[in-house]
Design a binder for this molecule. Structure first.
Ligand code: SAM
Length: 301
């Protein structure tokens, strides 16, 4: 099997595909969706005997279908929103957030296929919409699963803070690993103010600068200062991300790294994404169970 769209703009965060399609996926798309779907079933099963209102939030919802390219062949598979609507036991409410108008129309058609289900569609930026949603409930009688599946570095740290504060939302976050190390270039001279700001928005601190960069070991030909360079490798950068997430959420799994290449699991290819699960419930019994389930799922992928 050969993945075609490796490190394409779509993978790295440039939303360049046709407005009503998703020409972005590869085998990693199947893996993340499989993990999500398994968790949604386990979550609803585990909470089905309790009185919580169960909510599914898809913050980068797409259309409900994904076009993926494997072995040069395009296949169409069910996307996250469609899968969430199909699982049993079912959620009580669904909230799909999508920026693009034509994708939202596809979601409206998907909603119409499920007249018995309560589906809210929100058009707009996921960060703003999520912060509003987090403030809408008391989160005493509600429990939610949130899927963060951006094309690139679109999830702001302040949004994660609002999510963690609810104490009631479980999160699957497809972290843009390639986006991170491409943006945090080896040579600090390649960083500009925009790149620095987007890294700080993503990580919620500017401490990445000190953690990732150091003075170049060699001075330039004339003995002058030749600036800073990144001294940490990809893995160490991801460790920094994991530590940041652990400061915010009571429980965070080790990330499942998805690579460029044949099966998305072999370390020979460039790392593309890191799939995290994070639970915001501060009760050890609740986040313990959630992370055990998520870890089991991640281990079997
Ligand atoms: C990787 S796709 C999501 C795929 C979807 N989870 C699925 O499985 O079918 C990312 C989606 O986020 C949308 N998007 C991009 N920027 C966004 C933003 N700031 N807020 C909300 N949606 C956004 C894109 O239009 C695209 O549909």
């Amino acid at each position: 099997m050969e993945i075609q769209s490796c490190l394409s703009d779509d993978v790295l965060g440039v939303d360049s595909g046709p407005d009503d399609q998703h020409l972005f996926g590869g085998i990693w798309t199947c893996i993340k969706l499989e993990a999500l779907e398994k968790y949604l079933v386990a979550f609803n099963t585990a909470l089905s005997r309790q009185n919580f209102k169960r909510i599914y939030i898809d913050a980068f919802a797409g259309t409900g279908r994904c076009e993926i390219k494997i072995d040069g062949e395009t296949r169409s598979i069910d996307g996250s929103a469609r899968r969430a609507l199909g699982i049993a036991p079912a959620f009580h409410e669904f909230c799909f957030i999508e920026l693009r108008t034509r994708k939202l129309e596809a979601l409206r058609a998907l909603k119409d296929e499920h007249p018995g289900k309560t589906v809210e569609l929100i058009q707009g930026d996921a960060n703003a919409a999520l912060r509003t949603l987090c403030g809408r409930y008391q989160w005493r009688n509600e429990r939610a699963v949130l899927f963060l599946d951006p094309f690139g570095m679109h999830v702001e740290w302040t949004t994660l803070e609002a999510i963690a504060k609810t104490g009631a939302i479980d999160v699957w976050y497809l972290f843009p690993y390639a986006g991170l190390y491409r943006q945090a270039a080896k040579d600090a001279g390649a960083l500009d103010a925009d790149k620095e700001a987007s890294l700080t928005r993503l990580l919620g601190t500017d401490e990445w600068r000190e953690a990732f960069y150091d003075k170049k070991r060699q001075t330039d030909l004339f003995g002058g200062d030749s600036g800073d360079e990144r001294h940490v490798d990809h893995r160490e950068m991801l460790d920094f991300v994991s530590e940041r997430l652990k400061k915010l959420f009571p429980a965070v799994t080790s990330p499942k790294v998805l690579y460029q290449g044949r099966d998305a699991k072999s370390q020979g290819g460039a790392p593309l994404f890191a799939l995290y699960f994070a639970a915001s419930n501060p009760r050890p019994a609740a986040h313990g169970l959630a992370t055990r389930i998520a870890k089991d799922i991640l281990d079997t992928l």
